[in-house]
Design a protein around this ligand. Structure first.
Ligand SMILES: NC(=O)C1=CN([C@@H]2O[C@H](COP(=O)(O)OP(=O)(O)OC[C@H]3O[C@@H](n4cnc5c(N)ncnc54)[C@H](OP(=O)(O)O)[C@@H]3O)[C@@H](O)[C@H]2O)C=CC1
Ligand SMILES: O=CC(=O)O
Length: 326
């Protein structure tokens, strides 16, 4: 019997590629870009599955995939997919939520520490030969331990961050989400509050929200103005949740102390972005989950997700479970 065809648009480790090949005939691309879209459209004519990460996966693409039965992304976020269109076509959309949670929380904690203690800025000065005598106050940062941690988006990653902040740094925790998160309250003493209260009271405001119509530019000029001048903003959910020009203004004016950012409105971050010129900004290239171990686990999860979905055997990790046949 012929194996079902799939389109793979992300390079996989050899053993995972082999696992996929045992089940499917694979047409492989190095991403889906404006340059190769037409070629991808041709390959999709026959494809029953789609697996990869990044790119804009929209209705036009699905229109070229009349046999598509399952889509699997190697990520937890899926804002680059037209999920409503997939649901309309009764196609399950799979993602990799649990594999990366701890690694992303570690990255957020790294941003908290490196912005507060100015690790990147100070290390650059050492490399530039500026450490010539005992350091003075111009090398100092601010404490992290015992400060108030505000978490906007108390989901899987928010919870893992709360655990680190509570047990590792003895930080009181405030959070904002749509629902109450009893586990965070009971295990880490977290207190749910309105966004405005969180912004006013937190020393670290960590934004861990998905990108949706409701979260777009949730943090803008007015919200930034509510933060303490000694507070630090950490952005590690999706870039467009923060109004970047408003953030740049606040950082330049010194109305907040600094920002640690793993995600941006435009990625890769444009070379002329003012964020690159500000010493109180730590900018990372969207590395939240980027360790060898975690990226492997995410890819393995996405491969298993596609195999399960094309067999009609989905048990978890489906974004639109309403399409699954009972
Ligand atoms: N920087 C990186 O490399 C990475 C970034 N991410 C990003 O992080 C996001 C979060 O991941 P994860 O924790 O696993 O996701 P979850 O779905 O577990 O958590 C999302 C949280 O956001 C809250 N939320 C959603 N919409 C709103 C809103 N309008 N107002 C207030 N709260 C809201 C949810 O609230 P409620 O609980 O009430 O539903 C939930 O607490 C991903 O969607 C992805 O975009 C993920 C991985 C890596
Ligand atoms: O940003 C990364 C993800 O997995 O989502």
């Amino acid at each position: 019997m012929n194996k079902p065809s799939i389109v793979l648009y992300k390079k996989l480790p050899a053993d995972l590629h082999q696992r996929l090949e045992e089940h499917f005939a694979i047409t492989e691309f190095d991403g889906i870009t404006d340059k190769n879209r037409a070629e991808v459209f041709d390959a999709l004519q026959n494809a029953e599955g789609l697996l990869g990460s990044g790119g804009k996966i929209d209705k036009e693409l699905f229109d070229h995939a009349p046999r598509l039965r399952a889509v699997s992304t190697i990520s937890v976020g899926y804002d680059n997919f037209d999920v409503a269109e997939l649901t309309r076509r009764e196609i399950p959309m799979m993602h990799t939520p649990t594999a990366l949670t701890d690694t992303v929380a570690d990255t957020v904690m790294a941003l908290v520490l490196s912005t507060a203690r100015r690790v990147v800025n100070v290390a650059e000065r050492v490399k530039a030969g500026e450490w010539n005598e005992n350091i003075g106050e111009d090398w100092f940062g601010i404490d992290v331990h015992h400060k108030t941690m505000g978490i906007v988006g108390m989901g899987r990653i928010g919870l893992a961050l709360a655990q680190r902040a509570h047990f590792g740094f003895d930080m009181p925790i405030l959070y904002n989400a749509r629902s109450q998160h009893k586990e965070a309250e009971e295990r880490f003493g977290a207190r749910k509050c309105e966004l405005n209260e969180l912004l006013k009271e937190s020393d670290f405001v960590c934004i861990l929200l998905p990108m949706t119509e409701q979260t777009f530019h949730l943090i803008g000029k007015e919200e930034l103005a509510k933060m303490k001048s000694s507070a630090i903003l950490i952005s590690a959910g999706r870039g467009p949740v923060i109004d970047e020009p408003a953030l740049i203004e606040a950082l330049k004016a010194g109305t907040i102390y600094g920002a640690g950012m793993d995600v941006f409105e435009t990625e890769p971050l444009p070379k002329d972005s003012a964020l690159l010129t500000l010493p109180n900004v730590v900018a990372l290239p969207h590395i939240g989950s980027a360790t060898h171990e975690t990226r492997y686990d995410m890819a393995a999860c996405a491969v298993d997700n596609l195999i399960a979905a094309l067999k009609g055997d989905v048990k978890e990790f489906c974004v639109n479970p309403e399409v699954l046949k009972k």
